[in-house]
Design a protein around this ligand. Structure first.
Ligand SMILES: O=C(O)c1cc(=O)[nH]c(=O)n1[C@@H]1O[C@H](COP(=O)(O)O)[C@@H](O)[C@H]1O
Length: 272
């Protein structure tokens, strides 16, 4: 099943637009996982099992693994997801962007090494830097458009031909790059007005929307701006607010993650 079909199926099966982000910061892991050679994997595995029926996608962020030389644990997490929760899309958050020959290697990393259903990429270097990912026609290519961070405005808000740059990215991806129907866009929950602008430009294209939870994005405004007529169209990501939901020592971390994931899915669904 290709990425878009798998996403549609997961939206329906779990009645969820919530993407659970896997950003395992060793400093914040419960004590039993710190210092253990497989600790990151084991922590993420418990989070995954605690939230798999509440999520429409899982999104591991590669930097948390690469910084520690812990790619083998990421490989194990991806293999576990593909085996035990094969119906939930696996998005590798890598935000790659490079010349075509190098992009091909990044695509092999995301799709062959980690077996991801989709990967995040940066459009700054243009179509030939994104095209290599599209050779994997059954996978998703999720292009940064209007990112959630304040500094995203430095470039993405620059006016070009009377429109902010992020709108050109949205149009370019929707009208030209998405030849195989496998693209999605990243738009931050911290900018609901821009989510609405992007939705108006790209029709039903799925949007990956990080920025609720730890970054403070407004769930109601996000959902109202980004939903499609079918009440779907979004992968609304939360990472730290779910991973580190347990208050110091007083609550089991996996139960706390489940509680917050459940509340977040509910808060999203109220406005769909
Ligand atoms: O591509 C992303 O996932 C992404 C894009 C963006 O504009 N903003 C953003 O926060 N992200 C990622 O989404 C996650 C947000 O994490 P929390 O703020 O902890 O929910 C991190 O893994 C970020 O790298």
């Amino acid at each position: 099943m290709n990425f878009i079909n798998k996403l549609n199926a997961a939206w329906a099966a779990n009645d969820s637009l919530l993407c659970v982000g896997l950003d395992p910061d060793v400093e914040r892991l419960p004590a039993q996982f710190r210092g253990s050679p497989d600790g990151i994997y084991l922590f993420c595995k418990e989070i995954i099992d605690a939230t798999a029926d509440l999520a429409c996608a899982f999104k591991p962020q590669i930097a948390y693994f690469a910084a520690l030389g812990a790619e083998q644990q990421l490989e194990k997490i991806c293999a576990y997801l593909r085996g035990k929760h094969a119906h939930i899309p696996l998005i590798l958050d890598a935000k790659r962007g490079d010349i075509g020959a190098t992009a091909k290697q990044y695509a092999r990393e995301a799709f062959d090494r980690y077996g991801a259903d989709a990967v995040t990429v940066n459009p700054y270097m243009g179509f030939d830097s994104v095209e290599p990912y599209m050779e994997w026609q059954d996978r998703g290519v999720i292009v940064l458009c209007r990112t959630s961070n304040p500094g995203g405005s430095d470039l993405q808000f620059l006016e070009v031909d009377g429109k902010p740059l992020y709108q050109h990215v949205a149009r370019l991806v929707a009208d030209k790059w998405n030849t195989n129907g496998q693209c999605a866009l990243v738009v931050g929950a911290t900018f609901p007005q821009e989510i609405a602008q992007v939705r108006a430009l790209v029709g039903e294209m799925p949007l990956l929307i990080p920025g609720i939870g730890a970054q403070g994005g407004d769930i109601e405004a996000t959902v109202r701006a980004g939903r499609t007529d079918a009440g779907t169209g979004m992968m609304i990501n939360s990472s730290r607010a779910i991973l580190y939901a347990a208050s110091q020592g007083s609550e089991d971390f996996a139960q706390a993650a489940r509680r917050v994931a459940h509340e977040t899915r509910g808060a999203i669904n109220v406005h769909r």
